[in-house]
Design a protein around this ligand. Structure first.
Ligand SMILES: C[S@@+](CC[C@H](N)C(=O)[O-])C[C@H]1O[C@@H](n2cnc3c(N)ncnc32)[C@H](O)[C@@H]1O
Length: 346
């Protein structure tokens, strides 16, 4: 057991966390108002930024004070503002897609964290109108569904080189991308494996987004998107591998084992299942970012949702009949991959 000790740094961290919501909101607002995008393109005076971003100078000066205190914006020669180059990619690139997700989905949902913890369910989902039990049901067809999938896109984009780098998809002919979302993973995998055919399976509103995205990338010949409930409907046949990317965290262990058993039944001899997720350490005490993200999954996303350890995935793969388990820990964005193979004779 670790010996916890309250040090000056711990006390400082707690003091900072008390004010962290204000800092996070300043970050979200600066992103929403276009401050980071504007300063990524040029240095500018406070007056120019305030005018471009549509707010009174006094308001911007207050926001600027926080951004400077966080070392995100510097004042250069002649008073021109510049974005700290070390943070610019996180505030303007793909990774900035996490900001609206945190602002509009995680923040409102986790305002109900204590109630969700007391109730033992994802009651934070009540922050979103609708009757569905999961966030996915409630956001279907709304503006926030796009924000959710932009966040998933950013997460996948960071971690995908790790999945592709395993080489595990070499030799696969037809991949089922179960709960494949808008197609970020399928597109990257298709580019890395030019002979691979992919079928995304997801709920109808997401299949529409995926089909549009795939068509935009000119890959509709090789990547198909099929609407199905993976617990109710028959899975498409003919695939020799299945990808579960960010899918198992949103279901309970019983549901996950049932899904893996269904895939075991669906795949041919030698067929593989690949699980690609941020994974908790085996003692479930970290990493810190994953421990934080787990709160969103469990208290907002779906009943029983949470991140899992690689050890849990290996147990479930075996329980569903898969053998020859391969593990690839330590991929980018705290991700890991677990792979199981179906051998009918065993
Ligand atoms: C966390 S997202 C992961 C999306 C994508 N795989 C990725 O890595 O970005 C989970 C996906 O599962 C889909 N989903 C949830 N329940 C489902 C079900 N019962 N049947 C099919 N898809 C489902 C959601 O619509 C969503 O696109």
């Amino acid at each position: 057991m670790p010996q916890w000790r309250l040090t000056e740094e711990t006390a400082g961290l707690i003091d900072m966390l008390v004010y962290a919501p204000n800092l996070a909101q300043a970050l979200y607002a600066a992103h929403e108002l276009g401050v980071f995008r504007y300063l990524a393109d040029q240095q500018a005076t406070p007056e120019a930024v305030a005018e471009h971003c549509g707010m009174p100078l006094e308001s911007f000066e207050m926001l600027l004070g926080v951004l400077r205190a966080m070392d995100l914006v510097h004042v250069g020669a002649a008073g021109a503002l510049e974005l700290n180059p070390a943070v610019a990619p996180r505030l303007t690139g793909d990774l900035a897609r996490h900001l609206p997700f945190q602002q509009e989905i995680v923040y409102p949902g986790l305002a109900h964290l204590a109630a969700a913890l007391r109730s033992g369910t994802n009651s934070g989902v009540a922050a979103f109108p609708g009757a569905g039990a999961t966030l996915y049901d409630r956001l279907a067809g709304t503006r926030l569904e796009r924000i959710l999938h932009d966040h998933l896109h950013a997460t996948s984009s960071e971690a995908l080189p790790g999945l592709i780098g395993t080489g595990a998809l070499g030799g696969v002919r037809h991949l089922l991308d179960i709960g494949g979302g808008t197609g970020t993973n399928a597109l990257a995998v298709a580019h890395a494996h030019p002979d691979l055919e992919i079928t995304i399976v997801d709920i109808p509103s997401v299949v529409k987004l995926a089909s549009d995205n795939i068509a935009e990338h000119g890959l509709s010949e090789r990547i198909h998107a099929v609407a199905a409930d993976v617990f109710v409907d028959r899975l498409p046949g003919g695939a020799d591998a299945a990808l579960l990317a960010h899918m198992l965290p949103i279901f309970t262990p019983g549901e996950n084992i049932a899904l893996l058993e269904n895939l075991h039944h669906n795949l041919p001899d030698g067929g593989k299942v690949l699980i690609f997720d941020p994974m908790l350490d085996d003692d479930e005490a970290g990493p810190l970012g994953s421990a934080a993200h787990r709160l969103y999954l469990n208290c907002i996303a779906a009943p029983g949702a949470r991140l899992w350890s690689g050890k849990s995935y290996e147990e479930w793969l075996r329980a569903a009949g898969f053998t020859e388990i391969h593990r690839y820990p330590g991929l980018p964005a705290a991700h890991g991959v677990r792979i199981g193979t179906k051998h009918s004779s065993e």
